[in-house]
Design a protein around this ligand. Structure first.
Ligand SMILES: [Zn+2]
Ligand SMILES: [Zn+2]
Length: 157
């Protein structure tokens, strides 16, 4: 039973983090912390961007909740919450930094319609180089309008 609650809390936190990431991206990164996020929307040299500060900031609640969850017995529920935030962070690095932006060179080509839709949505987000006017702020969910239309190979008559 305890395992079920653990998994439920962790998975719940993971999906909740998409809401937190969407909100932060739309209203904070494209808001008063554009001074950090701007580096991610403009061409730049070198591996790191000022935008990477956000990864450091987001790791703090994850570390704190995991440590507290282990150290204080009645705060056990903070463990799955911390691991849920960590899982979202790992997903974000794999999807955003590696699959979309190729900060690590891989040969992977997305074939899955869901993945193609998410990649396209984020690439459309990057068409905008300014603080205002951007769209598609999510990483796990994008509205249907971003779906990549499959080209049908019908033989021409
Ligand atoms: Zn952005
Ligand atoms: Zn990006």
């Amino acid at each position: 039973m305890e395992i079920a609650i653990f998994i439920l809390l962790m998975v719940g936190t993971f999906f909740l983090m998409e809401g937190v990431a969407w909100f932060t991206h739309k209203y904070i990164m494209h808001g008063f912390l554009w001074c950090w996020h701007r580096s991610h929307h403009e061409p730049h040299e070198g591996f790191f961007e000022k935008n990477d500060y956000f990864a450091v900031v987001f790791s703090v609640p994850s570390i704190l909740t995991i440590v507290l969850g282990f150290e204080v017995s009645w705060l056990w529920f903070l463990k799955p919450i911390g691991f849920g935030i960590l899982a979202y962070g790992i997903f974000y690095i794999i999807f955003h930094d590696i699959i979309v932006h190729r900060r690590i060179k891989i040969k992977f080509v997305a074939k899955n319609p869901y993945l193609k839709r998410m990649i396209r949505a984020h690439k459309i987000h990057h068409k905008c180089l300014t603080k205002d006017g951007a769209e598609a702020f999510g990483f796990l969910y994008a509205p249907k309008k971003y779906a990549v239309k499959e080209v049908e190979n019908k033989p021409s008559v």
